[in-house]
Design a protein around this ligand. Structure first.
Ligand SMILES: NC(=O)C1=CN([C@@H]2O[C@H](COP(=O)(O)OP(=O)(O)OC[C@H]3O[C@@H](n4cnc5c(N)ncnc54)[C@H](OP(=O)(O)O)[C@@H]3O)[C@@H](O)[C@H]2O)C=CC1
Ligand SMILES: CC1=C(/C=C/C(C)=C/C=C/C(C)=C/C=O)C(C)(C)CCC1
Length: 336
């Protein structure tokens, strides 16, 4: 009995050490600013949706360190101001943008309200952008909802499709003029490998006939990829590029709608701490696509860990991409 208990304890200890070792082996993707690139984004304005949390927040931090002026497009001003305060303290520990050793003497952080579940909020946000911002160099469509219970947006769309795809569809279209006027510039779309389990079922885009939260998330992420490819096609011949990425599995607040029993939570936290990427690791591909000279002129591609990856045929289907674009135009009310 005593031998059995000792063996179990040893196994548990071994397991914890192994998990800790995995965590500290480190990411294969190095933060870009560590390579002496601290002014790479100086003079550039970047808009990041959902920048108050997780990947968006980590992307904002890294781009600020590279010298960018970052606009956080967030639905909750209080949460966004709190995150902005933390970011400023993190990136400029000694005070303002011009005094921190990591700042490169540039960078600025601005908060603007943007609720992607409301077309009128997207429209007001874009109007404010057009009135106040003389340029926009990079747009990062990052905000997302994951496997929420069945809910509808203000305009009656299924929430995951509405926020992850349609809200960003309208946002991008309304900002295209500003983007083009300050070209060359880039659009970066955050999708997920889970796109593989989705399909664009045109006959029930609002999931009124049936709702499966996993399928709807995957469908919205497949829509992100089809949108990127169709937009890249439409932008051929301009100096605006658009690429899409999957960040890997990252420890963020995205899983807020997943119910994990209280008793299992500590174990889940340990496993996610050991196996999931940190937001900083997960943000590297977005930062790379937003800033690296290596991807200048590259458009319509899918990336993971800062490398191009192959897509399943369903994510490259041009006729589905065109049909989705046309229907999305009608849904958000921008049909010319
Ligand atoms: N974490 C992961 O493992 C993976 C994440 N992704 C993708 O990464 C992106 C970022 O997610 P992640 O950082 O993980 O998750 P978080 O939940 O930490 O961040 C999501 C952000 O989106 C914002 N958001 C949600 N709904 C809206 C809305 N209606 N209007 C405006 N903003 C909104 C949230 O705002 P608020 O804080 O106010 O709720 C938050 O800022 C998502 O697109 C997600 O699909 C893809 C693959 C894996
Ligand atoms: C880390 C973590 C959680 C889970 C998050 C998960 C499982 C997110 C998965 C997201 C994926 C895989 C998205 C793909 O697009 C919980 C449940 C909030 C509990 C606390 C810690």
């Amino acid at each position: 009995m005593a031998v059995g208990t000792a063996a179990a304890l040893l196994a548990a200890l071994g397991g914890i050490l192994w998990l800790a070792a995995r965590r500290f082996v480190g990411s294969s993707v190095q933060p870009l600013h560590q390579g002496g690139d601290s002014g790479l984004m100086r003079g550039k304005t970047v808009l990041i949706t959902g920048a108050n949390s997780g990947l968006g927040r980590a992307t904002a931090a890294e781009l600020l360190r590279l010298g960018a002026r970052v606009i956080m497009g967030c639905r909750d001003r209080e949460r966004a101001e709190e995150a902005a305060g933390q970011l400023r303290r993190e990136v400029w520990p000694t005070g303002g943008p011009d005094s921190g050793p990591t700042s490169g003497g540039a960078g600025e952080l601005v908060v603007k309200e943007l609720d992607l579940s409301s077309l009128s909020s997207v429209r007001s946000f874009c109007l404010e952008m057009l009135q106040e911002e003389p340029r926009l160099d990079v747009l990062i469509n990052n905000a997302g909802v994951f496997q929420c219970p069945y809910m509808k947006t203000e305009d009656g769309f299924e929430m995951q499709f509405g926020v992850n795809h349609l809200g960003h569809f309208l946002l991008t279209n309304l900002l295209l003029g500003l983007l083009k006027s300050s070209a060359p510039n880039r659009i970066v779309v955050v999708s997920s490998k889970l796109y593989k389990y989705g399909d664009i079922n045109f006959e029930d885009l609002n999931s009124e006939q049936s709702y499966n939260k996993s399928f709807c998330y995957s469908r919205s992420k497949l829509a992100n990829i089809l949108f990127t490819r169709e937009l890249a096609r439409r932008l051929e011949g301009t100096s605006v590029t658009v690429n899409v990425l999957h960040p890997g599995i990252v420890r963020t607040n995205l899983g807020r709608h997943i119910h994990i029993p209280l008793l299992v939570r500590p174990l889940f936290n340990l496993v996610s701490w050991a196996f999931f990427k940190t937001p900083e690791e997960g943000a590297q591909t977005a930062v790379y696509l937003a800033s690296s000279p290596e991807v200048e002129g590259v458009s319509g591609k899918y990336f993971g860990d800062c490398k191009e990856e192959e897509l399943l045929p369903k994510a490259m289907d041009e006729s589905v991409a065109r049909k989705l674009w046309d229907i999305s135009e009608v849904m958000v009310g921008i049909l010319k």
